[in-house]
Design a protein around this ligand. Sequence first.
Ligand SMILES: *[C@@H]1O[C@H](CO)[C@@H](O)[C@H](O)[C@H]1NC(C)=O
Length: 518
Amino acid sequence: MKMKMKMKMYILAVAFGIGLAQHNSHTKHGRTSIVHLFEWRWADIAQECERYLAPNGYGGVQISPPSENIVVTKPWRPWWERYQPVSHNLCSRSGTEQELRDMITRCNAVGVNIYVDAVINHMCSAGGGEGRHSTCGSYFNASKEEFPSVPFSEKDFNDKKCKTQSGNIENYQDIYQVRDCRLVGLLDLAHRREHVRGKVANYMNALIDMGVAGFRVDACKHMWPEDLRTIYGRLHNLNTAWFPPGSKPFIYQEVIDLGGEPIKACEYYEMGRVTEFKYGARLGTVIRKWNGEKLSDLRTWGEDWGFMPSGKALVFVDNHDNQRGHGAGGMSILTFWEPRLYRLAMGFMLAHPYGMTRVMSSYRWNRHIVKGKDQNDWMGPPSFPDGSTKPVPVTQEGGCGDEWVCEHRWHQIRNMVIFRNVVNGQPLCNWWDNRKNQIAFGRGDRGFIVINNDDWALDETLSTGLAGGTYCDVISGQKEGGRCTGKQVVVGRDGKAHFRISNSDTDPFVAIHTDSKL
Ligand SMILES: *[C@@H]1O[C@H](CO)[C@@H](O)[C@H](O)[C@H]1NC(C)=O
């Protein structure tokens, strides 16, 4: 019987081939979430792995693109210059190749994985400049499509395949334009060419050999799935210094599919996970109570809302694009600028079993919205007058200084990342709602969350599924030295507990789990 099972598993694995393998995030010690440390320096990430992420149950870090990019100085260095590569050399505003290696080694040593934001769809924009205005000082000439340090040259780009007048993507209803033309002027690499496939795979393999656990692949909608399949198929197994032999890199692909376009996220499922952009956009509208939507609607949250299968989805409340009006989602996206609702959204996401969760960690910028558009949506990270990125200072209270927001250190979010680890694998159960904006649900017999987004108090006795005892709420406080620093919840022998959540509480939700029991 056992043998038969094994044989079946083996046949399944072969049938799905590389597909199955690349969905595994390889997070360690039962850790389930990753955090995007947007624009952080490698030296700071290394420290953060050791002093904060590992002790608090974060499974991995998505880092900003490590590849050499153009340097834009007018009016000041924008964050998006890092999405305009000029070579595969590994120096950037986050640090040198040596610092990158040191970070990967130190994070791996404490069981925190590194996932690289891989910008492989394109090089810099046609107007990206020339000379040595690049982060490692490598020569390039964008107007000539010359990138000698890869090397890529004119023939390695898709210009001849693109049929639009401008050479840019003009119509998202035409899949040939979306994949063969330039995305906002960015020189579009020809992944059908052996030379390009080889160079891209070499770049990713160099990072794998250094010890990264996988990739967030940028702009996948703009690449043909068959080309990506070929490139992924050439990737090395993960470095056995830190991962079991035969481990394939985890792949999660940025595909913005809100519906309404011919290119669908499902074209990419087989090759890895895919970013589910509907998740944050829809959760934002529900929590803002737009269109008469309410928390009780979340009873069916997941595939029933037209989302991709949970096992394929990488989910997030906001990302570096849509928190500043780029990408997808529009005005409904919740961010750190609205901290109370944001924490509520993060609490729900981290408690709910759907998808693999990514926490956003941002920096503040001079937001200046005119007619719904942020005039300063380009602003780069906190930096010195010479344009170099500032380190992330940690304050006495455990937050971050110098305009680094560090949402991942907010105790409510940090404690819900731990909650998610504690309830991992448990089914959603004991759902309760008041048909309006008060909801509660459990995760097996390991955790329970109650949320009040109505304009009046929640005052209910609910079945939690937890064993009797006294639990510390991990939102108003936590368990510390054998006592609760915030609210206490007493669960009776029958598994029931009374909850009172004022609509004016700092955070109108309560969460308890087996590790927060006194
Ligand atoms: C870049 O290419 C353009 C077009 O061929 C050429 O005119 C220009 O001199 C080149 N720039 C450099 C710095 O080589």
